[in-house]
Design a protein around this ligand. Structure first.
Ligand SMILES: Cc1cc2nc3c(=O)[nH]c(=O)nc-3n(C[C@H](O)[C@H](O)[C@H](O)COP(=O)(O)OP(=O)(O)OC[C@H]3O[C@@H](n4cnc5c(N)ncnc54)[C@H](O)[C@@H]3O)c2cc1C
Length: 338
């Protein structure tokens, strides 16, 4: 017999988990079914360099900038008050060389009031004379620990407890969904947090047009000291998590949409990183990973009602390169609509 729920959430990545956390603080008496499909639609949230940072963004320059700014503030407040597992507070160092193309002053403008950095003490690193460097507060995340923490919290937030099923949604109708296993589930409301996989299923349902943009990164277990840090330069982030002595280096941006490891881009990143930190291991020692982000028009994210059945269907989509901070703004705002 088909089962009826107050809410179905499709997706178990960062967007879904953070939304459920905010919803659980507002409405506890909800019967919720979570559907996810890690084998057919691997969550980008587990294939990412997963840092949370403000990148020098300030308010009142653009809609995207305002959202990124607010999302960072929301995420940082959450980290400070709730202290989820897998999160390490650290400094992010931004480095720009005069020869990078954009003038040195672009970076200086974004960090107007920040003091200039001359050395990075975590790695005994002196900023080269032809470079500018600034630093800001950031967080690096072990994504799997972070998402598992939400799983535990969200399970207990609702009554009856939130139930997850691994099943791929292949059809959507006004008051429910059907899945590849042949099940049919009904609900008063459905929230889609399906990441880049949404395009295959719900063309008519979803709000703005979006592109799939794969990205790759390198990972290695390596000791760079007892302080986590992020070194950002020429579009690349080198993330060092001292808690598990992991270095992540990435992520590339495959605008042609080719869903294969971006070997050339990664080799290029590592070469640049080794110019800065010569002790980093050579390319053949690293493991590579790839995830697929979803990029909205003009890079804009979306959360709110779907195009079709907007009184019952909602989505969080196109979080693109800032899923780990935008999820907090999306979760806070969408939970108020449901
Ligand atoms: C290389 C790389 C580096 C990145 N670095 C950062 C970074 O440093 N900081 C940052 O903030 N962001 C970063 N991002 C972006 C970030 O990872 C994503 O924005 C974020 O993970 C998207 O989360 P999501 O929950 O929207 O989607 P996902 O994590 O992709 O989750 C989608 C969920 O929906 C489920 N699903 C999809 N379709 C179906 C279906 N039909 N039926 C059932 N279930 C379904 C999937 O199984 C999954 O559980 C990076 C991305 C990449 C690729």
């Amino acid at each position: 017999m088909a089962q009826k729920f107050d809410l179905i959430i499709v997706g178990r990545g960062v967007a879904a988990q953070v939304f459920l956390d905010y919803l659980g603080k507002r409405k506890k008496q909800l019967k919720i079914l979570g559907l996810h499909a890690p084998k057919l639609a691997p969550p980008c949230s587990l294939f990412t360099t997963s840092i949370i940072s403000q990148n020098g963004v300030t308010k009142n320059n653009s809609q995207l900038g305002d959202w990124l700014y607010d999302a960072h503030a929301e995420a940082a407040a959450f980290m400070r008050t709730r202290r989820p597992a897998g999160v390490t507070a650290c400094r992010q160092y931004h480095l720009r060389f005069a020869k990078d193309g954009k003038s040195k002053t672009d970076l200086a403008r974004r960090f107007l009031t920040a003091p200039k950095i001359h050395a990075i003490r975590e790695i005994n690193f002196s900023v080269p004379p032809d470079a500018l460097a600034f630093s800001e507060e950031a967080y690096c995340l072990a994504a799997i620990d972070f998402l598992n923490w939400f799983d535990r919290e969200n399970h207990l937030s609702f009554s009856p407890p939130l139930m997850w099923r691994e099943d791929f949604v292949n059809e959507v109708f006004q008051d429910g969904v059907t899945t590849l296993s042949g099940a049919r589930y009904f609900a008063d409301k459905i929230v889609f947090a399906t990441g880049a996989a949404k395009d295959y299923l719900f063309h008519a349902e979803m709000k703005p047009l979006a592109k799939r943009v794969p990205g790759s990164y390198l990972q290695i277990g390596w000791d760079l000291g007892d302080k986590s840090f992020i070194l950002s330069c020429k579009g690349m982030n080198l993330v060092y998590r001292h808690t598990d002595q992991i270095i992540l280096l990435g992520g590339t941006t495959q605008l042609d949409g080719v869903e294969a490891i971006d070997w050339c881009g990664l080799q290029d990143y590592l070469q640049k990183a080794r110019e800065l930190i010569p002790s980093l291991p050579a390319f053949d020692h690293w493991q590579s990973f790839s995830g697929i982000r979803q990029k909205g028009e003009k890079r804009l994210p979306y959360w709110g009602p779907c195009n079709v059945h907007g009184d019952r269907h909602y989505e969080i989509s196109s979080l693109y390169k800032n899923g780990f901070s935008l999820a907090f703004l999306a979760g806070a705002e969408l939970s108020r609509l449901i």
